[in-house]
Design a protein around this ligand. Structure first.
Ligand SMILES: *Cc1c(COP(=O)(O)O)cnc(C)c1O
Length: 385
């Protein structure tokens, strides 16, 4: 069903539950795990692990709509959404192509679980379309990508990858967490299945763990069959909290993106920062592809501090910005990928991807960009060796 409302209106109103009892303006929360059933085959059977309780069903309409998909499922974490979506689309003996730059948890899932089930995989050498084509084998079933990537904000050309996949009868899956539905809608570029760690922008306040997957009705039905077995449904209470968070998705991410654009430019000019990685900068190697396929450039960036800056002192000297593991909250946070998200990789693996020992990842929040810049500069100045 096509929805005529604009994105901002859908953020607020799509999939809301009408309070027919008291006419309150927010969706009521239904915590029941049991609903009437009189034995009829065609009777609806709402149950949390069937992903079909009222709050789950209604919020999934909002999420599907914001990604221009037909249907969505909501999970207890991003990894639950990722692992369930992958495992429902593969069997023993199949082969999947993965982009080389991936979220650390996804990489770990592949490397620790796939061998047990006889699932084959390859990581691409580079991120150009021909790097994906080069990995296609007789038993390849799908391509899994993540763009912009973590932590170096590398860009994969969505249209090229989806057309390679279609020519070879492969499914495509994308982790769209970094862009959020505000800044990129991969289904519009031919990608089949879109995944989010809703712990990040969809939640946006660093207080919810959740995940989501969006696709066609048919593909979601297939994922749902496995999802019922794996049991990664989100509790209705958290579903309700996520709905509240998502009403402000557009205003938050817009502000975060504006801050990121300004900070990226200012940091790029700073003498103690040797390099800034942000797709919105002209100097980014895939700036033109990002411009073509993204609605805007997103609120994540990374930068290399100069050799003369002590990273640990820098992190401790920040006053407003918080060093933290996660990202995408309304608070600006920084992270040290070498020791956190990419700490499980070998030095050689990090070198190949270009993750250096002075690399800082920054997730822009909604504070004043002037205060944020001032905080970064004073922390840099306090940590010159
Ligand atoms: C955080 C994150 C995940 C995993 O999500 P969880 O909610 O922590 O399970 C997956 N992909 C990306 C890009 C992430 O940032």
């Amino acid at each position: 069903m096509a929805n005529k409302n604009k994105f901002s209106t859908r953020c607020v109103h799509e999939g809301e539950i009408k309070d027919t009892m008291y006419q309150g303006i927010v969706s009521p929360l239904f915590m029941s795990t049991t609903y009437p059933w009189f034995g009829g085959d065609s009777e609806k059977k709402p149950y949390p692990r069937y992903f079909n309780t009222p709050n789950q069903e209604f919020l999934s309409k909002k999420i599907a709509s914001l990604e221009n998909g037909e249907k969505a499922l909501i999970f207890t974490s991003g990894m639950a959404a990722i692992s369930t979506s992958i495992m429902s689309n593969v069997k023993t003996g199949d082969h999947i192509i993965f982009q080389n730059d991936l979220y650390g948890g996804t990489r770990n899932f592949i490397q620790t679980e796939f061998d047990k089930f006889g699932i084959q995989y390859s990581f691409t050498g580079g991120l150009n379309p021909e790097d994906f084509s080069a990995q296609i084998k007789k038993n390849t079933v799908g391509i899994y990508i993540e763009t912009p990537s973590n932590p170096l904000l590398k860009i994969v050309d969505l249209k090229s990858v989806s057309s390679i996949a279609k020519q070879n009868n492969l499914w495509t899956m994308i982790d769209n967490t970094f862009a959020s539905p505000v800044n990129q809608n991969p289904i519009d570029h031919g990608i089949d299945i879109v995944i989010h760690s809703a712990t990040k922008y969809l939640g946006g306040h660093s207080d919810i763990s959740a995940g989501a997957v969006i696709s066609t009705k048919e593909k979601i039905e297939n994922i749902l069959n496995s999802a019922k077995n794996f049991g990664g449904n989100l509790s209705d209470y958290t579903v309700w909290l996520l709905e509240r968070s998502m009403k402000t998705l557009l205003v938050r991410v817009k502000q975060q993106t504006e801050n990121a654009k300004i900070l990226a430019k200012m940091l790029d000019d700073h003498k103690n920062i040797s390099k800034v990685y942000y797709p919105g900068l002209q100097s980014h190697p895939s700036h033109s592809i990002a411009k073509e396929q993204m609605n805007d450039f997103g609120a994540m960036m990374s930068f290399d501090l100069n050799e003369n800056i002590d990273v640990y002192t820098f992190l401790k000297s920040l006053k407003i910005i918080k060093p933290g593991m996660s990202l995408a909250g309304v608070e600006t946070t920084v992270n040290f990928p070498m020791k956190t998200s990419h700490g499980l990789m070998t030095q050689q693996e990090r070198d190949i991807q270009g993750i250096g020992d002075k690399l800082i990842r920054l997730s822009a929040g909604i504070e004043s960009h002037e205060d944020l810049y001032e905080d970064l500069v004073q922390a840099i100045n306090s940590s010159i060796k």
